[in-house]
Ligand binder design. Structure first.
Ligand code: SAH
Length: 253
């Protein structure tokens, strides 16, 4: 196994690269690919940058140039459901491009010539990731109060793991009305972000198992931009680091 670990934001990847044994960096196509060993797993870490094209390019290069056999995406997202709160983790069961619309030639949301609206994540990898996420939240809850995530004032002591549908599009969603519209069309939506479904399509087409984890940073409403920045700076990196560590240890066992 060679695991590709993609993140959208610098803050989410810093710690992982520091934890890598024997890291070697390669520059290609305006991205830095860092190869090395993470908790006994042969891994390649890279920042996708933001949006579907950026993410698709990154996933393709990981597979074709760096030979990864599995991909995991870690990032933050806006909540797409009232029961999904800031600080919760969503592990994707399926991903959809919410801004794909080639109707009337193809049904809305269907990716032309694939016959699919939704791309399923790998079951085994997602199971391991959800287990790793649950374990991380338990580890946080067991820590003394002053070192646990709740001190940041996010009230994360009740954080939960959800599994279900994540939608991606080239839009930062920061309007309750926009989200309401999406939710009407996609009632099982759990989270909105800007990369996951692009990675999903690439992995589907190349036959590479993948999964996506998103920590909820905001409610995709008018406060989203402020909440997002605060969350990314204080909490997101710790989530990504803790969950990927648990995941690698599970995969190596
Ligand atoms: N201003 C930011 C832009 C980040 S875009 C910056 O300077 O870096 C938001 C990133 O977080 C994207 O990678 C996306 O996947 C995710 N995200 C978080 N909340 C989101 C929301 N409400 N809508 C869409 N994407 C969101």
């Amino acid at each position: 196994m060679r695991l590709g670990i993609i993140s959208a934001l610098h803050e989410e990847q810093q710690g992982l690269i520091e934890a890598m044994q024997g890291p070697v960096s390669h520059s290609h196509g305006m991205r830095e690919y860092t190869l090395g060993t993470l908790w006994e797993i042969d891994a390649v870490c890279v920042l996708s940058r933001i949006g579907k094209v950026a993410a698709a390019m990154t996933a393709s290069i990981l597979v074709e140039k760096y030979g990864v056999t599995h991909i995991v995406f870690t990032g933050v997202a806006g909540s797409g459901d009232p029961k999904v709160n800031v600080g919760d983790i969503v592990v994707a069961e399926s991903l959809l491009q919410h801004d794909m619309d080639a109707s009337p030639l193809f049904p809305r949301f269907e990716v032309p010539l694939t016959g699919l609206q939704r791309f399923g994540s790998d079951l085994v990898l997602s199971e391991a990731l959800a287990g790793a996420a649950e374990q991380f939240l338990r580890q946080q809850a067991e820590k003394p109060a002053d070192s646990a995530l709740e001190i940041e004032g996010f009230g994360l002591q009740h954080a939960r793991v959800h599994r279900g549908m994540i939608a991606s599009g080239d839009q930062f969603i920061s309007s309750a009305a926009h989200l309401r519209q999406l939710k009407q069309d996609l009632p099982d939506l759990l989270a909105v972000e800007m990369e996951g479904a692009a990675v999903a399509q690439v992995c589907f087409e190349l036959g590479v198992p993948f999964t996506v984890m998103r920590t909820i940073s905001d409610n995709a409403n008018e406060e989203a931009a402020v909440d997002f920045m605060r969350f990314v700076q204080t909490v997101a990196s710790r989530y990504a680091f803790g969950v990927v560590k648990n995941l690698c240890q599970r995969l190596a066992a």
